[in-house]
Ligand binder design. Structure first.
Ligand SMILES: O=C(O)CCC(=O)C(=O)O
Ligand SMILES: [Fe+2]
Length: 321
């Protein structure tokens, strides 16, 4: 497990940026383990100093504290952090402008977690993975571009993913509730990603892009924890998926202009996909509560883990998660 340092929350800058900003700043390392956050400002000049003028081809490696730029090597890395729902979601709503026009302007206030592991290895799979369902059978959702595929992950595949998450060490510290992997994703996700691209859930163009996804966000929700409603940041391309593990929940979609509301039940093993309208015109969120009602049945909210798969836009590698 890596050492603990302060570092910005994911939510503003890409994981690679976070690692580099962190290395550069040697930011206010704190011995405190409490989950509160603090703020730091990052300017364009600092980003320039880190990346030079180009916004591509930098490498972030767990073995390389300096995170040097390196052409031809795809950026990759992973870390886990503490991002307590409220803090993270409220700050994550603030958009960092994607253009870096004014040289010395502060780009944003970046919340710093007081507990973050920067050197979490990308682990090899534990065993041969069970095959994911190659189904595109979906429930109607009432939102254009929103698909839910119930039972996409068999019980054994859910177990396989959970075992690999556990063995990754990302969440070994119970205080940590989020992990990010970007660039080359853990190989134990390969089968699932390939299956998502083959099921025909997404449009042809999105299904055909390679890599299908280059950013994984793992969220752990303790019983009763929710997720503030939001539209995913624009530094991610269209075509976003989330896999549900361990506990059911109801996800609420709220239209950004009409405020129309639609809800979907997400059960362990379900795959949720957002494309087009669902991705851009509707916010999604999860109510914080211990119990909720779904078609006359009571849903008890235990611990839930979700794996969100996304693809960073080209400029997303520079300014944003
Ligand atoms: O937990 C989920 O299924 C979705 C998470 C999510 O929307 C996000 O992290 O942006
Ligand atoms: Fe989201």
């Amino acid at each position: 497990m890596g050492k603990e340092t302060n570092a910005p929350f994911p939510g503003y800058f890409s994981a690679a940026i976070l690692a580099q900003v962190q290395a550069r700043h040697d930011m206010k390392r704190s011995r405190s383990r409490s989950p509160h956050s603090e703020k730091v400002k990052v300017s364009k000049r600092e980003l320039r100093a880190i990346f030079g003028d180009s916004d591509s081809d930098f490498q972030s490696s767990e073995d390389d504290e300096t995170h040097s730029r390196s052409s031809g090597i795809p950026p990759h890395g992973s870390f886990s952090s503490l991002a307590r729902g409220g803090d993270f979601r409220s700050v994550a709503k603030v958009e960092v402008p994607p253009n870096l026009e004014q040289p010395d302007q502060d780009l944003a206030e970046v919340a710093c977690a007081t507990s973050l592991h920067t050197s979490v290895p990308i682990v090899a799979p534990l065993e041969r993975p069970p095959s994911p369902a190659l189904t595109s059978a979906r429930k109607p959702t009432g939102v254009n571009g929103l698909s839910v595929v119930p039972g996409f992950l068999s019980d054994s595949l859910q177990k396989y993913l959970l075992q690999n998450i556990a063995s990754s060490g990302w969440l070994a510290d119970p205080q940590l509730n989020q992990a990010i992997s970007f660039g080359t994703l853990p190989t134990w996700l390969d089968g699932v990603i390939a299956a998502i691209c083959k099921t025909g859930i997404f449009s042809e163009a999105l299904s055909a892009r390679r890599p299908g996804f280059d950013h994984m966000l793992l969220n752990v929700y303790q019983p009763g924890e929710g997720l503030g409603k939001h539209v995913d940041l624009l530094r991610f391309e269209d075509g976003i998926c989330s896999l549900s593990l361990e506990s059911p929940c109801i996800m609420t979609f709220t239209h950004v202009t009409t405020e129309a509301i639609r809800q979907v039940l997400l059960e362990p093993g379900d795959l949720l996909c957002m494309e087009g309208e669902a991705r851009y015109d509707w916010m999604h969120g999860i109510d914080p509560c211990m119990q909720e009602e779904w078609k006359g049945a009571t849903i008890n909210r235990g611990r839930r883990i979700s794996i969100t798969l996304r693809r960073l836009c080209a400029e997303g590698w520079v300014v944003g998660v």
